[in-house]
Design a binder for this molecule. Structure first.
Ligand code: G6P
Length: 372
């Protein structure tokens, strides 16, 4: 009913605007005074977590993209090797797991059969399994050793939005917590990130407040044959999520590339007028990546691409190469996906609506897939 949709025509539109609150709720009660994280609810003891020598993240769809982003932060903060794999591939390749392996299963619904089967397999191999999940008491957390719930509230739209942002928050919390209990040498940085996290609901709100031009842009691209997405570092999985959203909702061909890999083949796809969405890394701490992507943008623009650039407010260096500029707040590199994903969601949703598609119930898709 209209009331359930909070006055919006589709749940997806409502769920996109609920993101600042979902992010705040997922942080609530977990960040204590002076930046100490309280995650005892995970049921994994600090003692167990100190022993971990490897992390393997398994998930499907959008949850897999959250896992890809988690890898960058966990490896950087904790110095623990971290692999990420789609759940449907995991157990079929004879993965190497032991008691010192922490498997993190990310699943919004807690019911995806591919992920559940991977969890069962991991536990048979004696790995410890931590679930990151949005649905209380669902199967995956029940079958895991521990769980950290995302507090996004129920998500009805088939394409994940607010649960993705809260999965990112949960992954950051796990990474920061691991770094704390393992006394990593990045103490100051860890504390600074924890402070930054508290500001993220506000930053996500800022994106929503300024996102209107993205809708106009999306409508103008309704007849495009393809949209390409480029990113580097954490911007690469964000680009993958942007492409997935467009496929799911607008039934359009879309593909993401690591910007640096483009020249090794895919640049042949660039021709006059092809829209390319580029996620520009934060300037903070990653100046090299920022400059590298600038030359990637120049390369594709010289070959005719229509460049749609998502960059930090005040990033004047990108302006001359952006046919369309989408500004997001400046936040630390590792947290940028929380703000850079939002315009992508709005873009895909609006383009799909322009095509007359039902964004809550896209064709051929299910909210949770309970077959392998
Ligand atoms: C389905 C949904 C996707 C979702 C994926 C994983 O394919 O359509 O939106 O990302 O399942 O779901 P999960 O509940 O395990 O996160």
């Amino acid at each position: 009913s209209a009331a359930e949709k909070g006055g919006y025509e589709y749940f997806m539109l409502k769920e996109i605007v609920e993101q600042p609150r979902a992010v705040a709720d997922t942080l609530l009660g977990r960040v204590g005074v002076e930046g100490t994280l309280t995650l005892d609810e995970m049921r994994l003891s600090a003692h167990d977590l100190r022993d971990i020598s490897k992390i393997v993240i398994i998930a499907c769809g959008t949850s897999y993209h959250a896992g890809l982003i988690a890898k960058y932060s966990i490896e950087h903060w904790c110095r623990i090797p971290c692999e990420v794999e789609v759940a449907s591939e995991f157990r079929y390749r004879d993965p190497i797991l032991d008691r010192q392996t922490l498997v993190i299963a990310i699943s919004q619904s807690g019911e995806s059969m591919d992920t559940l089967m991977a969890v069962r397999y991991a536990r048979e191999q004696r790995a410890r399994v931590l679930a990151i999940c949005n649905v209380n008491g669902s199967t995956i957390p029940r079958e895991s050793d521990g769980v950290l719930y995302t507090h996004a509230g129920p998500e009805v739209g088939v394409a994940a939005t607010k649960t993705f942002l809260t999965q990112l928050i949960a992954c950051y919390l796990v990474g920061l917590y691991l770094a704390q209990v393992r006394n990593q040498k990045f103490g100051d940085e860890i504390n600074a990130v924890i402070e930054q996290l508290a500001k993220m609901p506000e930053q996500v709100q800022q994106v929503l407040d300024t996102v209107e031009p993205v809708r106009t842009l999306a409508r103008s691209l309704k007849d495009a044959k393809t949209v390409l997405f480029l990113g580097r570092h954490v911007g690469y999985p964000v680009a993958m999520e942007g492409a997935l959203k467009l496929k799911e909702l607008a039934y359009m061909h879309a593909e993401a590339f690591a910007a640096g890999e483009l020249k090794h083949g895919s640049i042949a796809l660039i021709e006059d007028g092809v829209p390319v969405v580029i996620v520009v890394p934060s300037r903070e701490g990653r100046g090299v990546l920022h400059d590298k992507i600038l030359s990637n943008i120049q390369e594709i623009r010289a070959r005719g691409a229509r460049t749609i650039v998502i960059a930090e407010k005040g990033d004047d260096a990108v302006r001359p190469f952006a046919d369309e500029l989408i500004e997001i707040p400046a936040v630390p590199t590792l947290l940028q996906p929380l703000v850079s994903t939002v315009p992508m969601q709005v873009f895909a949703c609006e383009l799909a609506l322009a095509k007359g598609n039902d964004v809550d119930q896209p064709r051929n898709l299910a909210k949770s897939v309970t077959v392998e």
